[in-house]
Design a protein around this ligand. Sequence first.
Ligand code: KIV
Length: 300
Amino acid sequence: MQHGSLPPAQKSAQTGVDKPASDKAPQSLYGGVTSRRVTVRDLAAAKQRGERWPMLTAYDAPTAAVFDDAGIPVLLIGDSAGNCHLGYENTVPVTMDEMVMMSAAVVRGTKRALIVADLPFGSYQESPAQALRSAVRLMKEAGVGAVKLEGGERSAAATELLVQAGVPVMAHIGLTPQSVHAFGGYPVQGRGDEAAHQLLRDAKAVQAAGAFAVVLEAVPAELAAEVTASVHIPTVGIGAGLGCDAQVLVWTDMAGMTGGRVPRFVKQYADLRATLGDAARAFSADVIGGTFPAEEHTFH
Ligand code: KIV
């Protein structure tokens, strides 16, 4: 395994001068290329090299721009936007129009990341033809480079048609949040022999259908590692242990913007909720106390 190669140089947005990328953000996936978007071929090559990569969700242009500048090579407009951005209880209510609007914003805010958009609940389950119509909307109206859809064997026919039509597909198996009502919550998947065999069948089915990567959500680490070793496409883990080729987190969980309890598999890298709350309280105090605007914020 080769991990954490040296980051390539980046042009500073302010000065146009070459500067090293942050030490904390190894960007080996780009292989020194900073002038084009990451492609599905880059991800396939990374698997060959045994190189891990990170993926984050994004739902708007400025946040996506921050992650793009940080060298995150794949950004997902997840339908997790339902509960993390749009204020719904879960992902079920998210519509195609909402996905198109958020995806277009993320595409506009980025230059280098591969942009993947979720097909929301109800936009692909009817038939492969419906899946193709939805994927085409996301590609033509929003400009995304790939779509993601939930389901293994059950979504293989849709994946096959999309891939034949030239749409790169990321699959999503294990815990598929659009089935929250069928699951009765968000239980860990793949426990027990039959469930483990089904997960392996699902991974192989989406690979055979032409998916370029597969998300494994909330499955035991040992099983995720076995799936990763049994397929040639990259596996993207979320709550699936260290044995996957890539890792994804919902950005609001990762950065501490999510209110309430976060799943056990989340690592929180910042406390943005506290930071923003502090900023809002300081602004409020300045306005109430008459200290904002100060002289330097004032025109005469
Ligand atoms: O909707 C989403 O954000 C996702 C990721 C958690 C993989 O599907």
